[in-house]
Design a protein around this ligand. Structure first.
Ligand code: HEM
Length: 459
């Protein structure tokens, strides 16, 4: 069994940490106003701060003095640090610490490396083939039912689909009766991670946050009850894999570690993939020429409707560019959190040990230095003939980078391509008339606040 040895240490007191950042340009927003601006208009906020204060500035965000990092250089320095001066646990603790304790992102250093290495095989390429074979028929059946309906909110439909796929591929549970309560608890838990009001006991019980914590306890029990059976008779699902995986020293996860990893993986995978699917289908609804182009790439008839394997999905180059461009314009997780354990020089500024930093992936992915006409949907940016050797290595970072880079990035892109391919093979879609779905918000995750109502016609 492994212990969580990643303790970022106590955060320095509020006043001294704010004073320690006094040499940095101020972001220009008063406390609270920062939070409101960031929630309401994340991209506008990032652009105004970049303009006023440059790539490294200071702010009091969610009640914590911190440095805001908005350049590719700054992101690279922090994400790629290998000297142990950067803690992911320290950055994410206030948001995820109680809801997802001991998940991978809440671990640092050697402890993190050991756990990550042990989980990796469950998401490797040969495992992806199996996951794809399980998902493809379910995806196609769902898409056929949507086309029959003709009009629906795709953002909502993607939630149901990704939950059902996760139950099967992640949990190995197909029976509706077994899974409905777990789905409900999971949605409450994810919802709680965006809660601003986090009261202590006993006041939290009737708040969104308190309900999320109670849901987590029930999910833990749901998983714990099934561990022994999975160990005795493992399936091809991720949960079974976690129950039987061991490293080269023969060390396996304890029951509590399985529960912690499983709940975090489930959360990390769910809303992010749903967001990517929504932004890609929204972009294709707004740009019909790309929809037609992808349909041509796919071809027609029985071959286009056949269930694909990984090779067939990867052969659709244009589809891959569309997914990447949607992730550039609307990174599902627009900002990342870290805490520095020691002094660091970041994009020309000295940041003292203890500093909390927020990394603005969104600002870098919309930076005109790396992306000409940055707000335009232009999937061909990712075509090999347009590869730009001058583009910064960390100008496209929807999956982060370095030690904590997303473990599910290949899984997520595979799932997004699978769903889009099936939609393209079976239907043609546009935004429903009068729909407000063109408006996007980024907090807490990239999404259309009014959903994505579409008209979907059979092809
Ligand atoms: C489009 C979908 C996805 C996006 C945009 C995304 C994005 C990210 C990002 C930005 C991080 C880094 C967080 C940080 O450094 O602070 C991350 C970490 C992670 N993601 Fe994803 N993710 C997606 C889907 C998935 C899926 C499908 C899975 C699982 C199957 C997954 C599992 C994880 C895990 C386990 C980590 C933590 C890795 C570590 O700490 O070592 N993600 N993800």
């Amino acid at each position: 069994m492994l212990s969580n040895r990643s303790n970022p240490g106590p955060a320095p007191a509020f006043h001294s940490s704010w004073r320690a950042l006094s040499h940095l340009p101020h972001c220009g927003y008063a406390p609270l106003h920062v939070d409101i601006a960031l929630l309401r208009d994340t991209l506008g906020f990032a652009r105004r701060v970049q303009q006023r204060a440059g790539p490294v500035s200071r702010a009091i965000l969610v009640g914590r003095p911190q440095a805001l990092l908005m350049s590719a250089d700054a992101l690279e320095t922090v994400l790629m640090d290998t000297s142990g001066r950067v803690s992911a646990a320290g950055g994410w603790a206030p948001f995820l610490g109680e809801l997802f304790p001991r998940g991978l992102i809440m671990r640092d250093g050697e402890d993190h490396r050991v756990h990550r290495r042990r989980i990796l095989p469950a998401l490797r390429r040969d495992a992806l083939d199996q996951h794809l074979a399980r998902m493809a028929p379910r995806v196609d059946a769902a898409v056929q039912s949507w086309v029959q309906a003709g009009q629906l909110d795709l953002h909502d439909a993607f939630r149901r689909l990704t939950l059902n796929l996760a139950s099967d591929v992640f949990l190995g549970v197909r029976e509706t009766a077994d899974i409905e309560a777990a789905h409900h608890d999971f949605v409450q838990l994810v919802d709680a991670s965006a809660a601003i009001l986090r009261l202590p006991e006993p006041w939290r019980r009737h708040t969104r946050y308190g309900r999320g914590l109670a849901a987590r306890a029930r999910l833990g029990a749901f998983l714990r009850e099934r561990i022994a059976a999975r160990r005795a008779d493992p399936g091809g699902d991720l949960f079974s894999q976690l129950c039987v995986l061991s490293d080269e020293d023969g060390l396996a996860f304890s029951d509590e570690e399985i529960v912690d990893h499983m709940i975090f993986l489930w959360m990390a995978a769910h809303d992010t993939t749903r967001s990517a699917l929504t932004t890609a289908t929204r972009a294709l609804a707004l740009d019909i020429s790309w929809q037609s182009r992808l349909r041509e790439e796919l071809g027609t008839g029985a071959a286009a409707r056949a269930l694909p394997d990984l090779e067939a999905l990867n052969a659709l180059a244009g589809l891959g560019w569309v997914v990447k461009e949607a992730l550039r314009l609307f990174p599902p997780i627009p900002t990342l959190a870290r805490q520095l354990r020691a002094d660091m020089q970041v994009d020309g500024q000295r940041l003292p040990g203890g500093t909390v930093v927020t990394l603005f992936l969104l600002a870098v992915q919309r930076d005109p230095r790396w992306w000409p006409d940055p707000d335009r949907f232009d999937p061909e940016r990712f075509a090999p003939q347009r590869a730009d050797p001058q583009r910064h290595r960390h100008a496209w970072v929807p999956f982060g980078g370095g030690a904590h880079m997303c473990l599910g990035q290949h899984f997520a892109q595979m799932q997004a391509r699978l769903v889009l391919r099936s939609l393209l093979a079976r239907g043609r879609w546009g935004l429903a008339p009068g729909s407000a779905a063109a408006r996007m918000a980024f907090a807490p995750i990239a999404h259309p606040p009014a959903g994505l109502p579409v008209l979907l016609q059979s092809v």
